[in-house]
Ligand binder design. Structure first.
Ligand SMILES: NC(=O)c1ccc[n+]([C@@H]2O[C@H](COP(=O)([O-])OP(=O)(O)OC[C@H]3O[C@@H](n4cnc5c(N)ncnc54)[C@H](OP(=O)(O)O)[C@@H]3O)[C@@H](O)[C@H]2O)c1
Length: 284
C-alpha cells in the first residue's frame, strides 16, 4: 500500500477523454498539483495541446498520452496494457469520456452510448483494478449524469442493437444509469480494500458534449450553462478531497451526496449488469 499525499491529491491518475471539456480541466488541475497523469484519448492530435500544457505544468516525465478508443474493446485492452507498463502505481482512475447524441454501434456490436460510456470503461477499470488495489488508498471516479433519471431501467436486448432514437437521448440516459450501477457495484465489491468509488453528476456544463447541436442554436442552448471550470469542480472534489476519503459508493449531484433514481439503486439490476458486462467484455 502507498500512503496518499497529505494534501489529498493523488500521486498517479489515469483519466479518459482529457482532450476537451471537463476532462481537460480536471487533468490540467491535477497536473498543476504534481499528480502523474496518463491521459487516455482516441485522438493524439486533438490531445497534443493538452499534453503539452500538462508537460509545462508537471514536467515531461509526469504526463503520458495513451491511445484509447472506448468504442473498441481491443483498443481498451491495448491501452490498459500500455498504462500498466507505464505506471507502477495508480491511485486515481477517472472514467470521464462519453459520447452523447451519436447513433450507431461500437466495433464489438453494442449500442454506441452503452458501449463507449459503460462497457469500454467497465473493461478498462477491470484491467487496471489489481494495480489500483495495490496502490490503495485509491479512488475510482465515474462521471455520471442526472440524465440517468430519464430512463426507468435497462433493456439488455436494446444495448446489443444500433441506437434506436433519433437524438440518442434515451440511450445516453441508459448509459449513465449503467455508470451509476457500475460504480455502486464496484464499490460494494471493493469494500475493505481502501479503494473507494464515486459517481459524479457535474451539472449541466457548456462543453463539446453539445457538439451535435447546430452552431447558432448551440450557442443559445449553452450560454446559460455552467462553465467548464464549474463542471470540473465536483469531479476534482470527489477525486481529491480528504473530506470524502471515508465515503464510498457515492452518487453526487455536483457537490452534494444524493440518492440516485430508483433503478440506479436496484442491487439486482447492478449485479445483472455486472454479470452481463463481464461476459460481453470476455472477462467472466
Ligand atoms: N456537459 C454536461 O452538461 C454534462 C452533464 C452531465 C454529465 N456529463 C458527463 O461529463 C463527462 C465529460 O463530458 P464533457 O461534458 O466534458 O464532454 P466533451 O467535452 O464532449 O468530452 C467528452 C470526451 O469524451 C471523449 N470520447 C468520446 N468518445 C470516445 C471514445 N470512443 N473513446 C475515447 N474517448 C471518447 C471525447 O474525445 P473526442 O474529443 O475525441 O470525441 C472527449 O474527450 C461525460 O461523462 C459526460 O457524460 C456532462
Amino acid at each position: 500500500m502507498t500512503d496518499s499525499r497529505s494534501d489529498g491529491f493523488p500521486r498517479s491518475c489515469v483519466i479518459t477523454g482529457a482532450n476537451t471539456g471537463i476532462g481537460r480541466h480536471v487533468a490540467l488541475a491535477l497536473a498543476k498539483s504534481g499528480t502523474r497523469l496518463v491521459m487516455a484519448g482516441r485522438d493524439p492530435d486533438r490531445t497534443a495541446p493538452v499534453v503539452r500544457e500538462a508537460h509545462r505544468l508537471a514536467g515531461q516525465e509526469a504526463v503520458d498520452f495513451v491511445q484509447l478508443d472506448l468504442a473498441s474493446l481491443a483498443s481498451v485492452r491495448r491501452a490498459a496494457a500500455r498504462i500498466l507498463a507505464l505506471r507502477p502505481t495508480i491511485d486515481l482512475l477517472i472514467n470521464n469520456a462519453a459520447v452523447a447524441g451519436g447513433r450507431g454501434l461500437t466495433k464489438d456490436g453494442f449500442e454506441l452510448h452503452f458501449g463507449v460510456n459503460h462497457l469500454g470503461h467497465f473493461l478498462l477499470t477491470s484491467l487496471l483494478l489489481d494495480r489500483i488495489r495495490e496502490s490503495a488508498p485509491a479512488r475510482i471516479v465515474t462521471v455520471a449524469s442526472a440524465a440517468h433519471t430519464k430512463t426507468s431501467g435497462m433493456d439488455f436486448d436494446a444495448v446489443r442493437r444500433r441506437t434506436a432514437t433519433f437524438t440518442g437521448t434515451r440511450e445516453y440516459a441508459v448509459s449513465k444509469l449503467a455508470n451509476i450501477l457500475f460504480s455502486d457495484e464496484l464499490g460494494r465489491r471493493l469494500e475493505g480494500t481502501g479503494v473507494t468509488t464515486y459517481a459524479v453528476h457535474p451539472g449541466t456544463v457548456a462543453t463539446d458534449i453539445w457538439r451535435r447541436i447546430p452552431s447558432p442554436i448551440r450557442w443559445l442552448v449553452t450560454r446559460g450553462m455552467l462553465s467548464v471550470e464549474e463542471g470540473a469542480a465536483p469531479v476534482l472534489h470527489y477525486a481529491t478531497s480528504p473530506e470524502v476519503a471515508g465515503l464510498t459508493r457515492v452518487y453526487s449531484h455536483r457537490m452534494e451526496v444524493r440518492e440516485p433514481s430508483e433503478p440506479a439503486r436496484d442491487r439486482e439490476l447492478a449485479e445483472e449488469l455486472w454479470r452481463r458486462s463481464e461476459v460481453w467484455v470476455g472477462e467472466a
